[in-house]
Design a protein around this ligand. Structure first.
Ligand SMILES: C[S@@+](CC[C@H](N)C(=O)[O-])C[C@H]1O[C@@H](n2cnc3c(N)ncnc32)[C@H](O)[C@@H]1O
Length: 286
């Protein structure tokens, strides 16, 4: 058997395991994970894998090591990683990307998950992949140089204008939704929004990030919200403000995110209906 045929089998097994680990039955997302080559987007190996003891390089450049549910360092010195496949499987499945969709990917890194989104949106759909870091954006653009339906844009995904989107898939931790993510979400569109806050552990100076991911669906002028996962992720630069962060930290510590049903673009919702209320926006129970 030639190496590509062998890797195709490995990818299919990987896709099955990734879906099983989050308990999701979604043949389309599984198919995308089975088809897209992770090694094509991560540059030449060996690759640094984040293990309990820190980054450990793979023994060699065999791509088999990438078909595991692991974080792979992209810029290890900044703890900037290619995300955990099972996390993305759950999030991408929740986003419900359909053929023909316009997907905006904020925090695209080197483009591996943009390619998964591209696969799901198909030839009739398109992906706008936005990455803040100029070098990562340049490398991602190279990866999609031959793709007519993926545009890589370097800049701040919280302010860069984009065409109205069916799905906005955010991969960096914000403290609040950027206005443009809500403004440019089509009716019926889905926003995957990771919200994170810093927490100082009591009796220690260490800081950890804690957070929750919400799936926001626009229905007319309403934004329906559902918490889909806990999260700790690289920060979204420009997408963080201290007042929202303090409100988020308090809400996360109090619990109850799973009862949230609505996102409002206002802060005049009665306090008893709110999980989180910060200037200009709220996450509420009704
Ligand atoms: C957790 S990394 C994920 C990268 C990629 N999705 C992956 O899994 O390989 C988060 C990425 O978001 C980018 N980022 C942070 N703030 C951003 C912003 N405001 N707009 C666009 N990208 C941003 C970072 O440079 C980083 O590449």
């Amino acid at each position: 058997m030639d190496r590509e045929a062998e890797l195709a089998i490995i990818r299919r097994a990987f896709a099955k395991q990734v879906m099983a680990s989050v308990g999701v039955h979604d043949p389309a997302t599984e198919g995308a994970f089975a088809c897209v080559s992770r090694e094509r987007y991560l540059g030449p190996g060996p690759w640094p894998i984040l293990r309990i003891a820190g980054y450990v390089p793979t023994p060699d450049a065999d791509p088999v090591y990438l078909y595991d549910d692991v974080l792979v360092g992209i810029v290890p010195e900044r703890q900037l990683n290619n995300g955990m496949p099972s996390y993305h499987a759950l999030m991408i499945s929740a986003a419900g990307v359909r053929a023909g969709d316009h997907v905006v990917h904020v925090g695209a890194g080197l483009g591996y998950y943009s390619a998964i989104l591209q696969h799901l949106a198909g030839g009739s759909g398109k992906v706008t992949a936005i990455e803040l870091d100029p070098e990562l954006a340049r490398r991602a653009a190279e990866h999609f140089a031959d793709a007519a339906n993926v545009e890589v844009v370097q800049g701040d995904g919280g302010v860069i204008p984009f065409e109205a989107a069916d799905v906005i898939y955010v991969n960096a931790g914000a403290t609040r939704p950027a206005d443009i993510w809500l403004d440019r979400l089509k009716d019926g569109g889905r926003l995957i929004l990771p919200l994170t806050a810093k927490k100082t552990l009591s009796g220690s100076t260490s800081i950890i990030r804690h957070g929750a991911v919400f799936r926001i669906e626009r229905r007319g002028d309403d934004f329906h919200a559902r918490r889909i996962s806990p999260v700790g992720v690289y920060p979204c630069e420009g997408g963080r403000d201290p007042v929202s962060e303090a409100a988020l930290d308090a809400a996360l510590q109090a619990g109850g995110a799973e009862k949230v049903t609505r996102l409002y673009r206002s802060d005049d919702i009665p306090a008893e209906r709110c999980w989180l209320r910060a200037p200009g926006w709220s996450l509420a129970y009704t």
